[in-house]
Write a protein that binds this ligand. Structure first.
Ligand code: ADP
Length: 198
């Protein structure tokens, strides 16, 4: 089994790539944002609680997010691989993920695809996406800007200053086309799997 993280700012294309790659390899796609939105749609208690953070463009508290994700991860013991899209976003979430991967699968984080892109490009992308998807947190420019700030402040540096991750991180230029990026990711995953199976 392989554990792949897609990491980067809102609007960098993580979700799009997660869909393409999970389909291609038959992996499970876990998006914390999507799981939260499902809860909101179903009006669960968790959804009601999370929406007050999501609508402000700030992170949902770690304990809520990690508990929710751990429940999802446990459903996929027999899968070939999992793609984590939008998780982890804090150091606590990294620790929690390492813990469950170790305890539940006896495994570790394999690859971290690190998307980077200019800020003005992502703002435009998110506002365009908001018009199509009607996602509350994409329609409003103030919330979009808050999400980017939140990423810069709380998330962007979580892998840095820890030599442990140096060999797991693969950088991606997220301003390239969807197809170029997905082919790049595919090649890297195949290379990793080949090495693992040898
Ligand atoms: P985007 O990547 O465009 O911000 P997501 O769907 O990944 O969109 O996330 C939407 C919102 O859900 C975030 O702004 C945040 O409030 C919440 N969220 C998603 N993932 C996490 C996470 N790992 N930790 C805390 N909050 C999260």
């Amino acid at each position: 089994m392989i554990h792949i993280i897609l990491f980067g700012p809102p609007g960098c294309g993580k979700g799009t790539q997660a869909k393409i790659i999970s389909k291609k390899f038959g992996f499970i796609h876990l998006s914390t944002g999507m799981i939260f939105r499902n809860h909101i749609k179903k009006e669960t208690n968790l959804g009601k609680f999370a929406s007050s953070y999501i609508n402000k463009g700030i992170l949902v508290p770690d304990i809520i997010t990690t508990d929710m994700l751990n429940i999802e991860i446990r459903k996929h013991f027999y899968s070939k691989g999992i793609i984590y899209d939008g998780y982890p976003r804090t150091k606590n979430q990294i620790i929690s993920l390492e813990k469950i991967l170790g305890n539940f699968f006896s495994e570790t984080i394999d690859i971290i695809f690190y998307f980077s892109i200019q800020k003005n490009l992502i703002i435009n992308r998110l506002l365009r996406r908001g018009k199509i998807s009607r996602r509350n947190d994409d329609i409003n420019i103030a919330i979009v800007q808050k999400r980017i700030k939140e990423y810069e402040k709380e998330t962007s540096l979580i892998w840095d200053n820890n030599p442990k991750w140096i060999n797991n991180i693969i950088k991606i230029n997220a301003s390239l086309s969807v197809e170029t990026i997905s082919l790049f990711i595919e090649k890297k995953i195949k290379k990793f799997l080949k090495k693992k199976n040898n």
